[in-house]
Design a protein around this ligand. Structure first.
Ligand SMILES: NC(=O)c1ccc[n+]([C@@H]2O[C@H](COP(=O)([O-])OP(=O)(O)OC[C@H]3O[C@@H](n4cnc5c(N)ncnc54)[C@H](O)[C@@H]3O)[C@@H](O)[C@H]2O)c1
Length: 405
């Protein structure tokens, strides 16, 4: 039986960790403490997840000293991840962190330095790797049918409701996330790195704000709850059961509004992105992200000297095109059917929970993501942000050489 503490009483902590641990992993995992800076949200999470027995803390050090956990699960706002990851390791505690591992070069260095010094273990919870469709793509590529891979073309489409949701709250500001190329695309960059066993080398990127923010909707209010001129994106407080108890009813403690206007003019991040990246071995990758798409999903084409894999997956993880296709130079086309996953994130969440809380005996495809996997994926996003600002190509290892660690 391992002892866990939850660092961050977030929505993610509730649905991905607290509730599943209580419902499915009681024989292997015990939550011995819940920490957050908002005491009301801690109590709301405990009630929703049925873990009222777990002690509450607004003092992080006190929690670690009193509970002596084996593992800390970091699920706070992105810009604070590094602080808790490092403090956990300093106290001899292993870490599971939500993505992105962190969001700046300096914070990334701090994590790598601390890990090297303490020797503790960091797992990045890249749940997308565990979606059956994504795992099947890895199997196809690993089989060698594509030959030597030379080109990857990945497009992620966030639909308007999902994409817009990032512009309602803390994700709308550079200081909290970097940009969506770090917060969201860390998933996508990790998949590409994992699928092709690749190491990113150089990036050039553009980012623009075209759809959200900038007072685009006339006479908008500060938030949906009190808006006198509601738009089609009016927030529905009753759509998601955790929203009222975890956000609306906790506002008095920290002023965190879940339903801020999508057209506010203080939003300071792009909503439209284009990235081009060169990997070691001169593999070329292009990537794009929109946050106001007409459906949700991704398209990805991976081309080698023998074959081309075409992936198209979407509509909030119910497959638009459940099969994937492999095209060969001899003209043959092979259709692969991966099967459907059940539950959040296309079944990925349940499968990663099994690995995290029951332990994996075998991991032939390398699903488990290390600290360095976390670094490689965020470095594409962080360096793309530098490229967008400075209008230049950025060499990743000039900014941070992770191979020294
Ligand atoms: N893997 C996935 O698919 C996935 C899905 C959703 C969220 N996430 C990640 O989970 C994390 C939480 O996201 P969420 O949307 O559930 O967040 P949320 O808004 O529900 O909660 C964020 C929490 O962070 C706390 N917080 C803010 N500043 C803090 C500080 N200085 N110290 C301690 N706590 C602080 C807030 O009080 C709040 O409880 C994010 O890093 C996000 O990227 C991952």
């Amino acid at each position: 039986m391992k002892k866990y503490v939850l660092v961050g009483a977030s929505g993610r902590a509730s649905m991905m960790y607290a509730k599943p641990i209580e419902e499915r992993f009681k024989d292997t995992a015990k939550i011995v403490g819940v920490f957050d800076i908002n005491p009301l949200r801690i109590e709301a999470l405990k009630k929703l997840a049925g873990i009222e027995y777990a002690p509450s803390y607004t003092d992080f050090d006190k929690m670690i000293e009193e509970q002596k956990p084996d593992i800390g699960i970091v699920t706070t706002m992105d810009s604070t991840h590094h602080e808790y990851i490092c403090r956990l390791m300093e106290k001899g505690v292993d870490v599971i962190t939500e993505k992105p591992m962190t969001n700046t070069i300096d914070r990334c260095k701090a994590i790598l330095d601390t890990q090297k010094r303490t020797g503790r273990n960091i797992t990045v919870a890249f749940n997308y790797r565990f979606i059956p469709y994504v795992t099947k793509a890895k199997e196809v590529i690993r089989s060698g049918v594509l030959g030597n891979i030379y080109n990857v073309d990945y497009e992620y489409i966030l639909n308007d409701w999902h994409g817009g949701d990032y512009f309602r709250r803390w994700h709308s500001y550079e200081k909290n996330i970097g940009s969506l190329l770090v917060h969201k695309s860390t998933h996508h960059f990790d998949l590409i790195n994992w699928w092709i066993d690749g190491t990113p080398k150089e990036v050039f990127a553009f980012g623009e704000r075209k759809f959200w923010g900038d007072d685009r909707y006339k006479d908008h209010g500060e938030r949906c709850l009190t808006c006198e001129n509601p738009c089609k994106y009016k927030y529905n407080w009753d759509a998601v059961p955790i929203d009222r108890p975890m956000y609306l009813e906790c506002e008095s403690a920290d002023g965190y509004f879940r339903d801020r206007c999508l057209y506010r003019n203080d939003i300071d991040l792009p909503d439209t992105f284009s990235v081009t990246c060169k990997y070691e071995d001169d593999i070329l990758m292009t990537y794009s992200l929109v946050t106001y798409g007409q459906y949700e999903g991704f398209r990805c084409n991976i081309t080698g000297d023998k074959g081309r894999l075409e992936l198209h997956y979407g509509d909030s993880f119910k497959s638009l095109m459940p099969e994937m296709k492999v095209y060969s130079l001899d003209g043959s086309i092979t259709v692969v059917h991966p099967g459907e996953g059940i539950g959040d994130h296309g079944g990925g969440d349940a499968r990663i929970q099994d690995m995290l809380f029951r332990g994996v005996k075998e991991d032939p495809l390398g699903h488990g993501a290390t600290c360095i996997d976390g670094v490689k994926s965020i470095m594409i996003g962080i360096c793309s942000n530098i490229s967008i600002k400075e209008g230049r190509k950025v060499v990743l290892k000039d900014e941070l050489d992770w191979t020294k660690y």
